[in-house]
Every structure is written in structure tokens, then in C-alpha cells.
Design a protein around this ligand. Structure first.
Ligand code: KG4
Ligand code: ZN
Length: 346
């Protein structure tokens, strides 16, 4: 096990594995905060050919990459398995076949070495990316978790105790970006490309709705906005005109990000919570980061964001959350299974 540090606590090095979607990733993280290595192999180029992630291809590519990625993570940390104190893995939610590759690999490692096995929830790990980028950040805080598959407002009471305050009724924010980006000809995953074009456009050029749910002010609904955007594109094309890509991207981005920031800030105001955090792939969005920085400065709220390299899926964030799960006693045995869906509250 690890050495004793100056606070008389055991230093703990966790080897963490992530394979929930289209990135095969592994990292070594010390005490939940210090990244010793972080290796990510992306499958995006292959999925681009199909306009989105093909689950069967994702699983196969994980199987091919995982050995090399884990070896590389140990190498870059200057360690062998002898220097590792626990193995962590994303076990839910995600593509089931993809998750199973990581889970089975981690179980094999744990069985062969006798190291504890720590199961990590994917969205909790996105939140934990912030502990790496912001060493002073501690719960409680309110977090906007926005990824390709989820959009939540979560009250993080403690590292392993969370309450969902609001969530999407239909599409996730990342999905809403990707589907519309694809329709205007951007390659998968469109969110980042749309964000770049939006920086160059006029965000008042196209009028789009900003749906609100009267009965639940913290929930999101993006399907109506997405459909309105798709209709606008198709109607423009039917008239023989072309969409102005930069202006349209800016207008659409303003509508999606506006829904996120409006509800997030309302929740913070209503809950009287002035420490705000963002997480997940969409937390890389330029407008989201810019608007929240401005709004939080105006209100005197603290805002924490992950560095861009930790916004998307990676192993380091899994290692960060795993440390706190371990301290809480959340350790799995070899019957651990993957799950395609699971609440962040569990
Ligand atoms: O968290 P993530 O890497 O994977 C999931 O757990 O889903 O999130 C991926 C999502 C994709 O939908 C992608 O388009 C979106 O994050 N994304 C962005 C940006 N960068 C990535 N969306 C908007 N603006 C960005 N800059
Ligand atoms: Zn993710």
C-alpha cells in the first residue's frame, strides 16, 4: 500500500479505467487530486464515418485498445502494478458493451493482484474532474452536469452524496448540439464544431424558442428547440436559400446555453447556493463558460470549471472520484456488473 504523507494519511495511487462511450482511457491519480498520468485513445475518427457512435464498433475498439492504454498509463506514471493501491472503473451509465470491456478488464486486474476494485458512476466522475482542476474545491456545491447523454442540475452535498434538482425531460444538451450540427453538415461530434462557428456569427440572426417547463423550473426540454431548429434549416433549404452557418450556430448556441444558464442560476438563487460548478463534455462550451463567468461575477457567486482537457471523457476524472468512493467504503467484489442506466444519486 502507499506511503505515509506529511498529514499522516496514506498516499493512495489509483489506476482508473474509463470505457463508457467512444474513448478508451486510463490514468493514475494520487489522493483524488494529483494526476500522475492520463491516457485517452479516441475512436471519434471511425464513428465520424457513420455520423455518430456505433455501439458494436465502440466495444470492439475498446477491446483492442485497453491493454495498451492501461500499460501506457502505468508507464507514464513511472509505476508498475506493485505501486498501485486500487483499481477503479466506470461501471454505469453508458453503452453496455463498451462499459463491460472496462469492467471486465478491471475485475481481471483486481483478481490477479488482490487490489480493491472501486466502481465509479460516470457522471460523478465528470463532476470530480473539477477536484483535479480546482484543488481547493470541496462540496457542498451546485453542479450543472451536461454531457452527450445527460443534462442535470445536481446538489453535491458531499463527495458521494448527491441530489438531482433538475434534469432533461428528453434530449441531453450535447445531443441537441450534435443532431443540429449534423444537419448543417458538421462532422460528429458536432458540439465543438458548432461552438467554433458560433464564435464568428451574429446570435440575433435567427429567432429560436427557449422552452420552459411551467411546472418544474429546473428541468430542461431540448426536443422542441431542436425540432424548431431543424424545421428552420429545412424551410430555408426548401426556399432554395442557404443557412448562414456561423449566424445560425451562434443563434442556436445562444438558445441552448440560455436554457442551461437560466435554470442553473434560478436553482442557485432559490437554494441559496453560491458555489457553482460545471461538468461534462458540454462544459467545454465557450459561451457557457463566458456567460456563467459573467453572471457569477455579477452575483458574487464562486464558479469552478474543469480545464478543457478534463471536460470530455478521461480516466483521470474516474481516479479522482474513485478516491472519495474508496474513503466512503464503496468497494465492489468480482460480481460487479455494468449498467446502461443508473441514477447519480445511488
Ligand atoms: O461528457 P462527454 O465527453 O461524453 C458523454 O458522457 O456523453 O460529452 C460529449 C458531448 C458531445 O455531445 C459533444 O458534442 C459535447 O459534449 N461537446 C460540446 C463541446 N465540446 C464537446 N458541446 C458544446 N460545445 C462544446 N465546445
Ligand atoms: Zn462523459
Amino acid at each position: 500500500m502507499g506511503s505515509i504523507n506529511e498529514n499522516n494519511e496514506k498516499d493512495m495511487k489509483i489506476l482508473a479505467i474509463e470505457s463508457s462511450c467512444d474513448e478508451t482511457a486510463a490514468a493514475v491519480v494520487e489522493n483524488g487530486r494529483r494526476v500522475l498520468s492520463n491516457v485517452v485513445v479516441s475512436q471519434i475518427e471511425e464513428h465520424k464515418l457513420y455520423g455518430g457512435v456505433v455501439p458494436e464498433i465502440a466495444s470492439r475498439r475498446h477491446v483492442e485498445a485497453i491493454n495498451v492504454v492501461v500499460d501506457e498509463a502505468l508507464d507514464r506514471a513511472g509505476l508498475t502494478l506493485n505501486g498501485i493501491d486500487a483499481v477503479a472503473v466506470t461501471y454505469a451509465p453508458g453503452l453496455i458493451g463498451a462499459l463491460l470491456v472496462g469492467v471486465n478488464f478491471a475485475k481481471g486486474l483486481s483478481y490477479a493482484t488482490g487490489l480493491p476494485l472501486i466502481p465509479v458512476h460516470h457522471l460523478r466522475s465528470h463532476i470530480a474532474a473539477n477536484y483535479i482542476s480546482n484543488p481547493t474545491l470541496k462540496p457542498p456545491f451546485l453542479c450543472l452536469v451536461v454531457s452527450g447523454g445527460h443534462s442535470h442540475i445536481v446538489y453535491v452535498e458531499d463527495y458521494t452524496k448527491m441530489r438531482i434538482i433538475g434534469k432533461t425531460r428528453d434530449d441531453a444538451a450535447g445531443e441537441a448540439f450534435d443532431k443540429v450540427a449534423r444537419t448543417i453538415g458538421m462532422p460528429y461530434p458536432g458540439g465543438v464544431n458548432l461552438d467554433k462557428k458560433a464564435e464568428l456569427g451574429n446570435d440575433d440572426a435567427y429567432q429560436l424558442p427557449r422552452p420552459k417547463l411551467a411546472d418544474s423550473p429546473y428541468d430542461f426540454s431540448f426536443s422542441g428547440l431542436k425540432t424548431a431548429a431543424l424545421n428552420l434549416i429545412h424551410n430555408t433549404e426548401q426556399r432554395g436559400e442557404k443557412i448562414a452557418v456561423e449566424d445560425f450556430s451562434a443563434s442556436y448556441r445562444k438558445a441552448v446555453i440560455g436554457c442551461l444558464t437560466d435554470n442553473f442560476i434560478k436553482a442557485a438563487d432559490d437554494l441559496d447556493c453560491s458555489r457553482l460548478v460545471i461538468a461534462g463534455g458540454v462544459s467545454a462550451n465557450t459561451l457557457l463558460r463566458r456567460d456563467l463567468t459573467r453572471i457569477c461575477t455579477e452575483r458574487g457567486y464562486e464558479l469552478f470549471m474543469p480545464e478543457l482537457k478534463y471536460c470530455g471523457d478521461n480516466g483521470a476524472m474516474v481516479g479522482a472520484q474513485a478516491y472519495y468512493e474508496y474513503l466512503k467504503g464503496n468497494i465492489a467484489n468480482l460480481s460487479l456488473n455494468a449498467a446502461a442506466t443508473m441514477s447519480i444519486e445511488k
